[in-house]
Design a protein. Structure first.
Length: 209
């Protein structure tokens, strides 16, 4: 699919493998999520426009490149998406942060929204939606629909692990959204968990299980 980028960088693959291990501690897991997100950020923001600016070095005046006033918003899907935010903010500290809350109904497996707070000027920003896992795609689809309803138009989606089913569903629902992921796994199991996956990302980030 033209709107999907799967990272094959050795550092990303190496760190993702450690992330999957069941013996990886909560502290290590959090650090790895942040590191992988930061590495993914380089490629996913490759198309930011640049402009010439004049600066003065200790040697002389010179014309160099800077990002051309592109405003960025990072929108994690709660709660696991929070683990990816700092990875982006470390590279783009001026970005504003919104939040969209979703939980999965364990009977229907459908996402249930419970919170949405976005920057007031969301329509002027490049929006990066983050969630470590793209399983069925339901949460990502609903979150992006909420952002579009609030005026957002320029949207990217970053995840660490995706199921083919989730990529297909998100691509069909929002073909204008670029999808970036570190790995595409085999499939979803009968409980709609990604196989082989890495377990529940929220529990592993926050140590709640």
């Amino acid at each position: 699919m033209e709107n999907v980028t799967i990272f094959n960088h050795p550092l990303i693959q190496h760190k993702t493998t450690i992330l999957r291990k069941k013996e990886t501690t909560n502290k290590e897991f959090r650090e790895l999520v942040e590191e992988i997100t930061m590495l993914m950020c380089f490629e996913s923001l490759r198309d930011l426009p640049l402009e010439d600016v004049e600066i003065e070095t200790p040697i002389k005046k010179t014309t160099q490149k800077m990002i051309a006033g592109k405003k960025l918003a990072v929108v994690p899907i709660l709660r696991a998406g929070l683990g990816m935010v700092n990875g982006l903010l470390r590279l783009v500290p001026s970005a504003k942060v919104g939040h969209i809350g979703m939980y999965r109904d364990e009977e229907t497996m459908l996402p249930q929204p419970y919170y949405c707070k976005l920057p007031a000027d969301i329509e002027k920003r490049l929006i990066v939606v983050v969630d470590p896992m793209l399983a069925t795609g339901g949460s990502a689809i609903d979150a992006i629909s909420q952002i579009k309803a609030s005026g957002g138009t320029q949207i990217k989606f970053l995840c660490l692990i995706a199921a083919p089913e989730g990529i297909k569903a998100l691509s069909e629902a929002h073909p204008d959204v670029q999808i970036f992921c570190a790995n595409v796994d085999e499939c979803l199991n009968e409980n709609c968990y990604i196989v082989p996956g890495l377990g529940d990302a929220g529990d592993r980030i926050f140590g709640t299980k």
